[in-house]
Design a protein around this ligand. Structure first.
Ligand SMILES: CC(C)(COP(=O)(O)OP(=O)(O)OC[C@H]1O[C@@H](n2cnc3c(N)ncnc32)[C@H](O)[C@@H]1OP(=O)(O)O)[C@@H](O)C(=O)NCCC(=O)NCCS
Length: 244
């Protein structure tokens, strides 16, 4: 079942499907080691990763597993990052949230605003009951974003990630439908995916998804019960990644 990616507008942002023209901006974001210092995989070193990422966004929509949206700032049309709702599991009525923004855009509430719009769409459209997110325990900014959105910290995954030899723990956060409080700002209205307000960024850009598979991750899931990834029964599978 397909899930067409929406276009959503908030007071300051437009969230829209990725297209091929985003490849350079995406690469600039995902190859930035500072931005990705708490990511669960190393920064990109090849531009081809951008094309693969954008192809994966389309596949995600075609296969109905989620929505990964580019985020443009309305005031200047600049691409400032992206936000994803993935691992949608209609049986469990669950999904995962992830996001990445360029450092020039940090500290303005953009991540919270974008994620809130995506969460609103997801709760309204997908009949979700639970949304999960994971964050590196050193990533205080991301934890704060999740808490501003109403997520509850549910636990710690010890030594959850290994990236270039750096072992890190993850916090697990959950947001239940009954806890969800849309903000007082207008409910995001779906727009045409080709809205004329969109322009290419004039300034630096940013990119990234929070979970690409990487050989640096060495853990597996073992068992016959629910997979934390929201996928079906798993015996020995590659491990769940942080939600991006
Ligand atoms: C995490 C990230 C999304 C935050 O984006 P942002 O647009 O700056 O987020 P917001 O402005 O909406 O909110 C950030 C909050 O964290 C707080 N914060 C940021 N860094 C902090 C720190 N080191 N210590 C304490 N608080 C911090 C900010 O003050 C703000 O809280 P406030 O509104 O109460 O003041 C952004 O830094 C990012 O994309 N980082 C790289 C990718 C990444 O780590 N993604 C998340 C993976 S789990």
């Amino acid at each position: 079942m397909s899930l067409p990616s929406p276009t959503l507008q908030t007071a300051r942002l437009r969230l829209r499907p990725f297209d091929d023209a985003d490849a350079d901006d995406l690469f600039a974001l995902q190859s930035n080691a500072y931005v990705l210092r708490y990511w669960d995989s190393p920064p990109w070193s090849e531009r081809a990763r951008s094309e693969r990422f954008i192809t994966a966004c389309r596949q995600m929509a075609e296969e109905g597993t989620g929505a990964r949206l580019a985020v443009d700032r309305l005031s200047d049309g600049a691409f400032i990052g992206w936000c994803t709702l993935n691992r949608w599991n209609p049986d469990y009525r669950s999904a995962s949230l992830g996001y990445c923004f360029g450092d020039a855009a940090w500290g303005h509430g953009y991540a919270t605003e974008a994620a809130r719009a995506l969460l609103g769409w997801a709760f309204d459209t997908l009949d979700l009951n639970r949304i999960q997110a994971e964050a590196d325990t050193r990533n205080v900014g991301s934890a704060r974003v999740l808490e501003k959105l109403g997520f509850v910290r549910e636990g710690t995954l010890r030594e959850d990630c290994v990236v270039n030899g750096d072992v890190s723990d993850s916090w697990v956060y959950g947001l239940l439908r009954r806890e969800w409080r849309p903000s007082s700002e207008p409910v995001p209205a779906p727009l045409s995916p080709r809205s004329p307000a969109r322009r290419r960024p004039a300034s630096r850009s940013f990119d990234s998804p929070r979970r690409q598979s990487s050989p640096s991750k060495r853990s597996v899931s073992i068992g016959a019960s629910r997979s934390r990834s929201g996928h079906a029964i798993v015996y020995h599978s590659r491990r769940r990644r942080r939600s991006h």
